[in-house]
Ligand binder design. Structure first.
Ligand code: MG
Length: 355
């Protein structure tokens, strides 16, 4: 694929003599251990880092494309090439720029998220404030993040739970025949708060049976028990289990919120699903009008994109921002985690540095 460094450098001139310049290059993140969920196993993540230059400032963004949502590293590079002549010359009009990119090409949310976070990074740097200040947020109000354990044998999952004892919240991937054995093995060695994520694995009937059987293991909530399109199934599950249900695959963009609001207790917002910080903020505020709980989640991402998302977490109930903690070769340093709590960097913009 993109084993060698590929650079897209398209130089655009504008009437007032200013110029915006965008570069993109691939980063291959290697997972510390194969990451198995109900429908997939992942060993690496082929992501892209972009740089937008405006005057003497550079903003950075990351795309973590997901085939499940119709993207790949190739589509990200194709989008960045298309975006290159369409950024205008004023990074402060983020709203206008993103609306324009939606006219250039529909969908492709991770490519747009990379541009979005690079623009917020530039604006923060130009104003010399961290992103949380730009957004009017209190950095002390970040929640604790969960740490995810992928599907494995009960012994291995218990071992991983022990290794993760510095994290007070675990997210356990489920959706196999051994779910109850896995949860028992983890509960035998850990008192952590446990969330489970079935990644669309069950039929509504299976979900109701499995979730009720999981109740004794003291589970905080269940993410995406059934297929993404099965909203009636989501509602049936929610009405027949005592645990809160959170929509992830069923809630991708802001347009989904009204559709899922009656079927679940909360939603999982990800920058890579919705198109970046700007859209995530709108989703957060829309979800509140429906009294939904809000989780901010991630894909397998470096500290660049994870930090961008972390700046929004003072607005949400739950964070699942551990994608960077699962990789061996994170090229960036940004948000850190202390006993699970997200600690935001206070440098201007995203506050992310090369490691
Ligand atoms: Mg999920």
């Amino acid at each position: 694929m993109f084993n060698t460094m590929v650079q897209i450098a398209i130089f655009c001139r504008y009437k007032r003599g200013k110029s915006m310049h965008i570069d993109a290059r691939p980063i291959d993140l290697k997972l510390t251990t194969p990451f198995r969920i109900a429908r997939d196993v992942q060993h690496t993540a082929a992501n892209a880092v972009i740089e937008i230059k405006h005057e003497e400032h550079t903003g950075y963004g990351e795309a973590a494309p997901s085939e499940y949502y119709g993207e790949s590293i190739e589509t990200v590079f194709a989008c960045i090439t298309m975006f290159a002549g369409n950024l205008g010359d004023d990074p402060f009009v983020i709203e206008d720029i993103l609306q324009h990119l939606d006219k250039v090409i529909r969908l492709h949310p991770s490519a747009k998220a990379a541009v979005d976070m690079a623009l917020y990074d530039i604006v923060g740097k130009m104003l010399n404030v961290p992103l949380y200040t730009l957004l009017g947020l209190n950095p002390n109000r970040t929640p604790r993040t969960s740490f995810t354990i992928g599907i494995d044998t009960p012994e291995q999952m218990a071992k991983k739970a022990l290794l993760a004892k510095e994290y007070p919240i675990l997210k356990i991937k489920v959706g196999t025949k051994n779910d109850l054995d896995n949860l028992k093995a983890i509960r035998d060695v850990s008192n952590a708060v446990i969330r489970v994520d079935a990644n669309t694995a069950w039929t509504p009937k299976e979900a109701i049976k499995m979730i009720n059987a999981m109740v004794p293991y003291n589970i905080q909530f269940v993410e995406q028990p059934v297929m993404a399109h099965d909203l009636a199934g989501l509602k049936l599950v929610r009405d027949n289990v005592p645990l809160p249900i959170i929509a992830d695959e069923s809630c991708v963009t802001g347009e989904d919120i009204g559709r899922v609001a009656d079927c679940v207790d909360g939603i999982n917002i990800k920058l890579m699903k919705c198109g970046g910080i700007n859209h995530a903020l709108k989703m957060i505020h829309a979800a509140r009008t429906y009294n939904l709980r809000i989780m901010l989640g991630c894909m397998i991402e470096s500290s660049l994109a994870i930090t961008a998302a972390a700046h929004l977490t003072p607005l949400v109930d739950y964070a699942d921002l551990d994608g960077n903690l699962l990789v061996d070769n994170d090229p960036y340093v940004g948000v850190t985690v202390e006993h699970g709590k997200l600690v935001l960097p206070d440098a201007p913009g995203l506050g992310v540095e090369v490691r």
